[in-house]
Design a protein around this ligand. Structure first.
Ligand code: PLP
Length: 381
């Protein structure tokens, strides 16, 4: 018997990251000085030239509906960007969405039927689980916490977890919440399993532009993967455009056709002038480089400060998160940390990995130092 939509949604918890942010805002409203290390967004303003491009587009009257898949110029620019990453997609194989989250939602809805099995690598970004459950799918999870969040040493576990019954595997490298960037050998292992069991793979590359000394490979470039990979990316993180809501996905044409129906009947399109701002963003790499340099310095600072307090972390190579090992009851640890030290973090259990708290270092060096000092003072390190 198929599951009712209400049953599917009732299997889903509200977003833990958003809940912590709401708690931080509440404490701040009461006058507390909260060091918020829970947020998943760059603390840099959207680059001026991108803002201006959006304003110019509004002034020029780009305020009506656009083609559902997105304006052709933007899809061409995305196709060029993907080609630079080694991915060959025509503009017909690209859909521009209001954020990468919407892209992921559309793909999961288009692919996953009631009872389908979907594999996740834990810790996994909070919304994958929710999206799969809302589509009626069942989850198979592979724990990477025993291997410093690296996939390569856990390939045997992944091999045990997937089978011909697996419909979809979601890979996110660089990863939220761990900052891990998977090696080429790891991705080749994924490819071998995907081909063997005929699995479609979503490669969520939203942090691809934010890495420290490593070049992440796009999964879809590996032999045998072009026809089974849906690549997701967006503008929120790399261009500090979280509130503009702009993302995209590219994949095999039949899947794009299916997801495209869902897209046109739900969101119509991404916002017109925002798409023009996105076009400008793709032509500007300077802002990204400056931001990445700052994140790298902050990562080093946090790793060093934690080491001074005797805490070793798996050093992230991308994104702006790291996993801090905490008590088994990570939920209680995070609640205590925010109440006693006024430092907001996200419990690892929200990502399927209890015993950790996710720290976002998208905060100034001063605030990071303050946050770690307070955690230490209150006995949380
Ligand atoms: N994928 C991952 C792994 C993320 O961390 C996020 C945002 O936090 C998204 C997708 C969604 O990004 P967007 O703001 O483009 O919807």
């Amino acid at each position: 018997m198929t599951m009712e939509f209400t049953d599917r949604v009732s299997r889903v918890e509200p977003s833990a990251t958003l809940a912590i942010s709401a708690l931080a805002t509440e404490l701040e409203a009461e006058g507390a000085d909260v060091v918020d290390l829970s947020v998943g967004e760059p603390d840099f303003p959207t680059p001026e030239n991108i803002v201006e491009a959006g304003q110019d587009a509004m002034d020029a009257g780009h305020t009506g509906y656009t083609t559902s898949a997105g304006i052709l110029e933007l899809r061409e620019a995305i196709a060029d960007k993907l080609a630079d990453d080694g991915l060959d997609h025509s503009t017909d194989e690209i859909i521009v969405t209001p954020g990468a989250k919407q892209a992921l939602y559309e793909i999961v809805q288009a692919l996953v039927e009631d009872g389908d099995e979907v594999a996740l690598l834990d810790p996994a970004w909070v919304s994958y689980e929710a999206m799969v459950k809302m589509a009626g799918g069942d989850l198979t999870r592979v724990d990477l916490s025993e291997t410093d969040f690296q996939l390569e040493p856990a390939l045997d576990d992944l091999a045990d977890a997937v089978s011909d019954e697996t419909e979809l595997l979601i890979v996110n490298s660089p990863s939220n919440p761990t900052g891990a960037v998977y090696s080429d050998d790891a991705l080749e292992g994924v490819r071998d399993l995907a081909v063997e069991h005929d699995i479609t793979v979503i490669s969520d590359e939203i942090y691809k532009e934010i890495t420290y000394g490593v070049e992440p490979t796009s999964l879809g470039t590996l032999e045998g993967m072009a026809d089974r990979t849906v690549t997701v990316n967006g503008f929120s993180k790399a261009y500090s455009m979280t509130g503009w809501r702009l993302g995209y996905f590219a994949g095999p044409e039949d899947l794009i056709d299916q997801a495209g129906k869902l897209h046109s009947h739900s969101v119509s399109s991404a916002v017109n002038f925002v798409q023009h701002a996105g076009l400008e963003a793709l032509e500007t790499e300077t802002a990204v480089t400056e931001m990445v340099d700052a994140f790298e310095e902050r990562r080093d600072l946090v790793v060093d400060l934690l080491a001074d307090h005797g805490v070793d972390v798996a050093v992230p190579e991308g994104a702006f998160y790291m996993m801090l090992p905490v008590d088994d009851d990570d939920q209680a640890w995070c609640e205590g940390a925010i109440e006693d030290a006024h430092v907001a973090t996200v419990p690892g259990s929200a990502f399927g990995t209890p015993g950790y708290a996710r720290i976002s270092y998208a905060a100034s060096e001063e605030r990071l130092e303050e946050g770690i000092e307070r955690l230490a003072e209150e006995g949380y390190l």
